[in-house]
Write a protein that binds this ligand. Sequence first.
Ligand SMILES: [Zn+2]
Length: 336
Amino acid sequence: MEKDMESLKEKFHKKIASIKDREELQRIRNEYIGRKGIVAQMLKNITLLSSEEKPRVGELLNRIKRDFQKAIAEKDREFLTEKPVEEKIDITIPGKDFMLGTIHPIELILKATEDIFLGMGFCIVDGPEVELDYYNFEALNIPKDHPARDDQDSFYITPDILLRTQTSPMQVRIMENQPPPVRIISAGKCYRRDSIDNTHTPMFHQIEGLAVDKDISMADLKGVIIEFCKQIFGKDRITRFRPGYFPFVEPGVEVDVSCGLCKGKGCQSCGYSGWLEIMGAGMVHPHVLEMAGYNAQKYTGFAFGMGAERIAMLKYGINDIRLFFENDLRFLTQFK
Ligand SMILES: [Zn+2]
């Protein structure tokens, strides 16, 4: 029996030395000193021994049990002290960089434009991007067979519903719902089936303006546009108006600002003309007023529309419209 005990001790210590985790340690604890473990079994068998042997063997077994308990406790402490070492925090390592976002240049232009016109007594309205053919074309004096439709081929959902090609439908929607006077700005996304190049994308942003009241004249239109150009491009820029054709205004004008690079002398960026075209505008066509339910004998108005991308490109000196939509952070983070 004493020999058995020696080999048991040897086996136990070998196992303890090779275990790798606390789970394994728990298994060995149960196997050797658990309630139904090897030592417990041997203690039970003592009853079979003679009365002289009983105390000595009992004493030996108890010593072995204490030896095992001590070894297990030591191993357990080893595992416990190892863990915090793995989790040690090195406070000298530099922290993770937190990136601060910037506002998209188009959004900057939309907000700046809205602020300028709010200052002149306009209010901001929002319109649907999925629009009826009626509002996008017909009510703006562009019937089904009008050649002006060729320049604005769109994405049709049904023959009568399309993605709006301009923000101008809001002119009609507002006039249908409110009596004059009207002074609104409406900005948002528009869609046309244009091929992508450095000045065209199938989705772009327009800013639309409309003012209708008694005695509104071309002078009011000019005053408002000149003030806008000075505020957005700078006080030193000159604004010029040229005759232009748009079906929903009469007369119509195209608006240019003097080139900021050459100060109007002519350079590559302005095509050596000294001027940069920025928007179309004009006095609201009497047909449009009548179709919206206004009395064109009593009321007059002016309207204008411009591309936000175009304004941003001229203001910030950007030569490719695609940069706005490619999500290149090197480009976007320049606008703070
Ligand atoms: Zn120039």
